[in-house]
Design a protein around this ligand. Structure first.
Ligand SMILES: Cc1cc2nc3c(=O)[nH]c(=O)nc-3n(C[C@H](O)[C@H](O)[C@H](O)COP(=O)(O)OP(=O)(O)OC[C@H]3O[C@@H](n4cnc5c(N)ncnc54)[C@H](O)[C@@H]3O)c2cc1C
Length: 411
């Protein structure tokens, strides 16, 4: 990158310094590709515990991106390994069904790593905000409003009251309501679920042993995800902490969110059972309306969509960000190679290769998570029978079980 402050040149400009845009920016800059990342919002407030309550299940495939972009080493707290996954179904207030699935990463071999790692959204923001300014090939502009002009031969990004950036390609990583996607006239299919995801953390009496639990209840999945011990979560620290993503119909979720902490904890315990002993809420609760979304195209002239700007899925399998990370891995690999050999990172052939590599994979995951939600969030007797038969089949077919495990690991 170069020049007086009014004119910058770069290979790539990324709009959105969220987990996907920020990680892609770091990966490109680590490889020497000159990159500018622009975010409409100020970045430091996103590190605050009250900004985002989400915790991400990072698959082994996504870990590669975080390693190569220098972010894994900058996480403020060690990530918690997910060593086992248990899947069960049942009803509120009753023990889980006898037929349940149990995945242990050791079934894939003694040298196989864990299924994934739990990382707080806030921890990832701290790593990004700490690492981005240290990279010589990366320029961060935030908070900043930008306008983008795309032509066949290049892109000009104009920052209000700031510099003008000449680059070869622009990446839309501004999340679900991507203005660049809309400006390009790319249609979107949306699938509202009428459900709300309630997200919060609990401290519990007994250790979780790195076990994640997906408990399917008639209103939607209730997921328990093991977190690393927290020194500042409760007075005196909290050695045993888990994150919960609890899906409910919108009206019920609204009622639950209005309960005081003691009543809310009782409702959580009715769904969770007593295997973790006494539980206590840690910090505040968040709620997110749930919907799926898929852009009909991921590319346009010198434009590529990545992460939630291109797709959104039900959080049932905790894979939303992992899909965005896979977009970033493919884009980074293609663009680093192009720049290294004197090519054009905005070349239409390169962008078409990106779309071909990513859109079918994301569509498959959208279909799978949608199907799982419909199959399990139902009290229909036939559907209950179908899923019990399915679960029994997975038990009897070790290769099918191993396939599921590899898919969960993103390998
Ligand atoms: C309840 C819930 C639980 C989830 N749990 C998981 C999980 O366990 N695992 C998982 O993998 N995924 C999970 N997800 C999905 C995950 O949160 C998203 O996939 C992820 O946040 C997408 O990252 P992103 O960088 O694409 O977009 P975002 O996180 O939305 O970031 C977009 C960035 O762009 C910036 N921006 C917005 N507009 C502009 C603009 N006009 N110009 C410049 N910048 C702009 C924003 O300030 C922001 O920094 C969950 C989602 C929900 C709703």
């Amino acid at each position: 990158m170069n020049d007086p402050e009014t004119k910058l040149t770069a290979d790539v400009c990324i709009m959105g310094a969220g987990p996907v845009g920020g990680s892609l920016a770091c990966r490109l800059a680590e490889a020497g590709v000159s990159t500018v990342v622009v975010d409409r919002a100020a970045l430091p407030p996103m590190e605050h515990p009250a900004f985002d309550g989400r915790a991400y299940a990072i698959s082994a495939g996504s870990r590669r991106l975080l390693d190569e972009s220098g972010l894994w080493a900058k996480l403020p707290e060690p990530a918690q390994e997910i060593r086992e996954i248990r899947v069960s179904d049942g009803k509120v207030g009753r023990p889980a069904s006898r037929l349940f699935l149990h995945f242990d990463h050791l079934e894939l071999g003694p040298d196989t790593g864990p299924f994934g790692w739990m990382v707080e959204a806030r921890g990832l923001r701290i790593a990004l905000n700490g690492h981005m300014p240290t990279l010589p090939s990366l320029r961060v502009l935030a908070p900043a409003e930008a306008s983008v002009e795309r032509r066949d031969d290049g892109v000009t990004v104009r920052i209000a009251g700031g510099p003008e950036i000449a680059c070869r390609v622009v990446i839309a990583a501004e999340g679900r309501n991507s203005p660049l996607r809309e400006e390009a006239g790319i249609p979107v299919t949306r699938l509202p679920y009428g459900q709300t995801g309630m997200v919060f953390a609990i401290s519990h009496e007994h250790p979780h042993h790195g076990i994640a639990l997906e408990h399917f209840l008639p209103a939607g999945p209730f997921a328990l995800l093991p977190m690393a011990p927290s020194a500042d979560a409760l007075a005196g620290g909290a050695p045993n902490v888990s994150a919960i993503v609890w899906t409910e119909q919108q009206a019920v979720a609204k009622r639950m969110m209005a309960l005081d902490d003691a009543r809310f904890e009782r409702e959580v315990a009715r769904r969770l059972g007593d295997h973790l002993g006494r539980i206590q809420l840690v910090g505040r609760r968040w709620s997110y309306p749930l919907s799926a979304m898929l852009a009909h195209r991921y590319i346009d002239t010198r434009l590529a969509l990545a992460g939630d700007a291109a797709h959104g899925i039900h959080p049932i399998s905790g894979q939303g960000l992992n899909l965005g990370f896979r977009d970033a891995i493919v884009l980074a690999d293609l663009m680093i190679e192009a720049v290294r050999f004197g090519g054009d990172p905005g070349d239409p052939v390169l962008l078409t290769r990106y779309q071909r590599a990513r859109r079918p994979d994301n569509m498959m995951m959208l279909g799978m998570t949608d199907g799982l939600d419909r199959l399990f969030s139902s009290d229909n007797r036939l559907l209950r029978l179908a899923r019990d038969v399915g679960i029994a089949a997975v038990h009897r077919m070790p290769p099918l079980k191993r396939l599921f495990m590899r898919q969960a690991m993103g390998v």
